[in-house]
Structure formats: C-alpha cells, structure tokens
Design a protein around this ligand. Structure first.
Ligand SMILES: C[S@@+](CC[C@H](N)C(=O)[O-])C[C@H]1O[C@@H](n2cnc3c(N)ncnc32)[C@H](O)[C@@H]1O
Length: 160
C-alpha cells in the first residue's frame, strides 16, 4: 500500500472513530477533550466542531497549527508530551485523542513506554481514548473496531 493510501486510511479511520464517539457513544457529561499532538490542527478543528461545548486542550512541542483554527494560547500546552501531559493526570478528561505515531517502530516503542499510562491517568472512568497507536493498559478497555476501520489502523478505548 502506498504511503498516500496509508495516510488516507489513517485519516478516515480517525475521523470515523471520533464521529462515532460524538454521535453514537456520547461523552461523559463533564470533562475536557485533550488533543495529544496538535500538528497542523486539522483534527483539533474537527474536535471543536464535534464538541462545541467542551474545552479542547492541545499539546505539541511547537505551535504549527493553521492560524485559522489554532487554539487560544490558554488551550495550548507546549513541550514534550511525556512531561507536559503528566500535569493533566487526574483532571478527568472526557476524551483523549492521540495522533503521535511516527510509522517508525523503534520511535513508536519509546512513545508506547509512557503513552498508555499517561492517557489512562488523564481520563475519568467512562471517558474515551482514541489513538493511532495501540494503548495496552489494564484500565483501558478496547472497544470493537468499526467496520470502516482496517485492522490495526486506529484504536478506541473506554476508561474503566
Ligand atoms: C501526526 S501529527 C498530528 C496531526 C494532527 N492530528 C493534525 O490534525 O494535524 C503529530 C504531532 O505530534 C507532535 N508530537 C509527537 N510526539 C510528541 C511528543 N513526544 N511531545 C510533543 N509533541 C509531539 C508532533 O510535533 C506533531 O506535530
């Protein structure tokens, strides 16, 4: 599969799962949405549309979002997420979306040494995690794959 097809698959899986959480599952009544890996801000803008009543807080090592949809400075956390994200442990997020995979197994293995624990700690019970990397953690219950999402492409969990 070409890298273009891989990218399109990842994006459509991401969008389908986030739409499913918003429209079919529904977030817990309270709690912020955390966007782990702001990048260009395309997903941030989608999250703002899906969850207009929620505060959406984005994390990245640098601000590179398109200025038409960039978060307010109060809603952007700059730095290495394995450090900055720890400050959001116990804050009871309703949804954490993490799109910080690189496609390099060695680099992703390092990310996976801290990401599952951090995401579980950020979420309230009943909150959702949506991730491009698999999050193996005893408090994260893997939800069934959507028919439109290829095996191993994108993952969805509910915090126990
Ligand atoms: C694939 S992009 C995210 C794309 C985003 N969903 C969008 O709509 O543009 C991943 C982003 O996460 C950031 N990132 C990855 N690992 C990080 C880390 N450990 N700490 C801080 N930022 C990180 C990168 O700088 C990059 O901007």
């Amino acid at each position: 599969m070409s890298r273009l097809d891989t990218f399109i698959n990842r994006m459509s899986a991401q969008r389908d799962i986030l739409n499913h959480v918003a429209r079919d599952l529904g977030l817990p009544a309270q709690g912020d949405v955390l966007e782990v890996g702001l990048g260009n801000g395309r997903t941030y803008s989608h999250l703002r549309e899906l969850f207009p009543e929620r505060r959406v807080i984005a994390f990245d090592r640098a601000m590179n979002a398109h200025r038409t949809t960039a978060p307010h400075e109060d809603d952007f956390v700059t730095g290495e997420i394995n450090k900055t994200g720890q400050e959001f442990a116990g804050t009871g997020a309703a949804l954490v979306h993490a799109d910080i995979g690189t496609g390099y197994p060695d680099k992703d293995a390092i990310t996976l040494s801290w990401l599952p624990q951090m995401v579980a700690a950020m979420l309230q019970p009943g909150g959702y995690a949506v991730s491009g990397l698999p999050l193996e953690h005893s408090q994260l219950d893997a939800l069934p794959r959507l028919p439109s999402v290829n095996e191993g492409r994108y993952f969805m969990y509910r915090r126990l």
